[in-house]
Design a protein around this ligand. Sequence first.
Ligand SMILES: Nc1ncnc2c1ncn2[C@@H]1O[C@H](COP(=O)(O)OP(=O)(O)OP(=O)(O)O)[C@@H](O)[C@H]1O
Ligand SMILES: [Mg+2]
Length: 288
Amino acid sequence: MANNGKKNKQNRQKGELILEDVTRVFRIPGAPACHALKNCSFTVPRGSLTVLVGPSGCGKSTLANIAAGYDHADSGKVLIDGKPVTGPGRDRIMVFQETALWPWMTVMKNATFGPTMLGGMSKSEAEDKAMGLLEKVGLKEFRDKYPAQLSGGMQRRAELCRALVMDPQVMILDEPFRGLDVMTRELMQEYLLALYRDTGLTMLFITSEIEEALFLGDRILVMTNLPGTIKTTVEVDLPRPRDYKVLATERYRQIKSEVMESLYEEATKIFGKLDSAGDLLGTCRTEA
Ligand SMILES: Nc1ncnc2c1ncn2[C@@H]1O[C@H](COP(=O)(O)OP(=O)(O)OP(=O)(O)O)[C@@H](O)[C@H]1O
Ligand SMILES: [Mg+2]
């Protein structure tokens, strides 16, 4: 018990993610420029779980891609432990909205391919690590199955394991549970919290669901609609471990209404701006 506590504490030394004045404009010839992000700044403290919420199309995935090093900022900086992010790297891992498991590989092969090919881990070390993680998310018996033989929720769990085997400092999750049914989604949230508790990873979790944000996060960042920037930061000072009982507390209701107010103001800006059916085809703010 005491050893576990010490180990958990050591594991808690994971990376700090900082975005400083990140701006991203998409320019497509013949179309108005799209100001996806403007002077977006925030810090995800070491070993914390920060949730980013914002209306659809406000720039969440753009921000996630830049933080992960898959896209570049036009100006501004992304830093992990003070070091600038200039491209993808082993210290950060992204989990996407869509499944990214390789269909021709078994669950175990999916989980161990990255660390053995890129991460310099031996096959047996990677398999041991993967096995421990698969056990934690209830997939031990499915190690030799292919992704098509798994349910949607099982695929997401396998994906979390695949990402964690790499032993990243920072994990960026872009709506990883979108499209799952309510019960599976709630279960996935619990699995994620258990993995978070055990690894002490720094996590940036993106969602458009307020309840999910409240259940998971230490803090919630609410984004403005285009151009995307951080509008409000709400501390989620609800006790952990969290379970359904927290939903009945006064504090939960207070935080939820604070986030809702901020988020709905942004969402209504999109609808408020619609003055013709043509506007429904795009929400990009054009250059002045
Ligand atoms: N590669 C690209 N080229 C041009 N425009 C883009 C590109 N990627 C994103 N955009 C635009 O940038 C804006 C923000 O897109 P983004 O995907 O970041 O939004 P989002 O908040 O993740 O939306 P959702 O909640 O629907 O996933 C959108 O208006 C989108 O059309
Ligand atoms: Mg997105």
